[in-house]
Ligand binder design. Structure first.
Ligand code: ADP
Ligand code: MG
Length: 236
């Protein structure tokens, strides 16, 4: 096996005295996709915060291509191709769609995807490129947040709850875009409360429970694991 592109070893993250993530380890092979699922408050976003450099972990190591990046600032990780699509989208509502995308290219300008190519992947954004991003629907804003990450030609994309709050049709579109990203051999770490959908898309899954990994395995097996089904998937 080749070395994983991303690995997280014994990661712990605390807010003051509250330990939100405890001894979490997982890795992703290049071009693979891992789903992190679990209840609200389980620590999923905190894991992504430590991996993307928004938070310093109390313990543990984050590696990109085997290189220890645990102490790198977030912008240096973006420059190396590790990009977060944050929870709640965080687009700049007064800037246009095109301007938001240009900001996404900023840290990796040399490799940036030409806007025309990106608009093919996100046609809804092409039509709205000169509108203020704040005028887009929730689903369109999510597309913009994903497109803003993709324009820097990332190697690893971390996505935090991309389907949250979206209508079913937009959820389908978001997962459709995730499929296309995967098809382009970009490595994906997907955090979702929509556990069933996430596990259907990913190769490997990890279930977080109060900050620690409670179940791990091939996503197809987690989908059949009675304990996981009962606690996180329920009946369809
Ligand atoms: N900024 C913060 N300050 C204090 N506690 C926080 C903060 N953010 C998250 N937490 C706590 O950390 C735990 C994990 O939260 P989070 O990583 O956001 O979980 P998830 O993304 O799985 O919903 C929760 O108990 C949450 O209340
Ligand atoms: Mg979260």
């Amino acid at each position: 096996m080749s070395e994983p592109i991303l690995s997280v070893e014994s990661l712990s993250v605390s807010y003051g005295r509250v330990e939100a993530v405890r001894d979490v380890s997982f890795s992703v092979p290049e071009g693979g996709m891992v789903a992190l699922v679990g209840a609200n408050g389980a620590g999923k976003s905190s894991v992504l915060a430590a991996v993307s450099g928004l938070m310093r972990p109390g313990k543990g190591t984050v590696r990109l291509d085997g290189r220890d990046i645990t102490r790198w600032p977030a912008h240096r990780r973006v420059g190396a191709g590790l990009v977060l699509v944050p929870e709640g989208r965080q687009i700049l509502g007064t800037l246009t769609v095109a301007e938001n995308l240009a900001l996404g290219a900023h840290r990796r300008r040399a490799q940036a995807v030409p806007a025309g190519e990106l608009y093919e992947l996100f046609p809804v954004l092409a039509e709205r490129r000169d509108l203020p991003a704040g005028a887009l629907s929730g689903g369109e804003q999510q597309m913009l947040a994903i497109a803003r990450a993709m324009i820097s030609r990332p190697r690893v994309v971390l996505m935090d709850e991309p389907s949250m709050g979206l209508a079913p049709k937009m959820v389908d579109e978001v997962f459709g875009v995730i499929d296309k990203i995967r098809a382009s051999d970009v490595t994906v770490v997907l955090v979702e409360q929509n556990a069933r959908r996430a596990l259907r898309t990913a190769d490997t899954g990890h279930v977080l429970e109060t900050g620690a990994i409670a179940h791990s395995g091939p996503a197809s097996e987690l989908l059949k694991d009675p304990k996981v089904v009962q606690a996180y998937l329920g009946v369809e």
